[in-house]
Design a protein. Structure first.
Length: 180
């Protein structure tokens, strides 16, 4: 098993959160999805793409940001327009993705894993705009200054302990983002 596989993240996530939040991380999905627990279910499930390490980190970032009410709703109650979004839909997507991608970046550094910004719109003819890159960088820097969401901090600490990456990177670590 590779050091950077989804199964490792699943185990670390379970160690951190299963006992308190009855939520597990599971790969193998064709598309990411958050499935809240329902009557008869033992737990909520965060599904991520295939065995993609980056997808798992990204989906955990969404979960760490979602509040109690959002975690009761399918996919946290958010809309999702698939690939091929128009410019207005893409802008709304980028606004919604600033915090999760900034948190994912912190997770990636804790794992010593490369972070790549994702506009998640393969049909678009351009790469993520400078404003989106700047917004994600600024949010990642704000997390340095003001702290991560509590579950995000707990997971980042577990990741850094396991992978040996940066636990407390400085704001300069978030000055340049690589487009995905």
């Amino acid at each position: 098993m590779s050091k950077y596989c989804g199964q490792t993240l699943e185990e670390l996530f379970q160690q951190c959160f299963y006992g308190v939040y009855a939520t597990r991380l599971q790969g193998g999905a064709a598309e990411p999805l958050y499935q809240p627990a329902s009557p008869g279910d033992e737990c909520a499930v965060i599904y991520y793409r295939e065995d993609y390490f980056a997808s798992a980190l990204h989906e955990v970032a969404h979960w760490c940001i979602a509040g109690d009410q959002r975690r009761l709703e399918l996919d946290y109650g958010y809309w999702y327009h698939p690939d091929g979004r128009n410019p207005a839909q893409q802008l709304a997507f980028e606004r919604a993705e600033q915090e999760p991608q900034a948190l994912e970046w912190h997770f990636a550094l804790a794992c010593d894993w490369p972070f790549r910004l994702s506009c998640d719109n393969l049909a678009a003819v351009s790469t993520p705009g400078h404003s989106f890159s700047a917004a994600v960088s600024q949010q990642a820097q704000r997390y340095c200054e003001h702290g991560l969401p509590p579950r995000g901090e707990q997971f980042r600490a577990r990741l850094a302990g396991h992978f040996g990456g940066k636990l407390l990177p400085g704001v300069d670590a978030f000055s340049h983002v690589v487009p995905g």
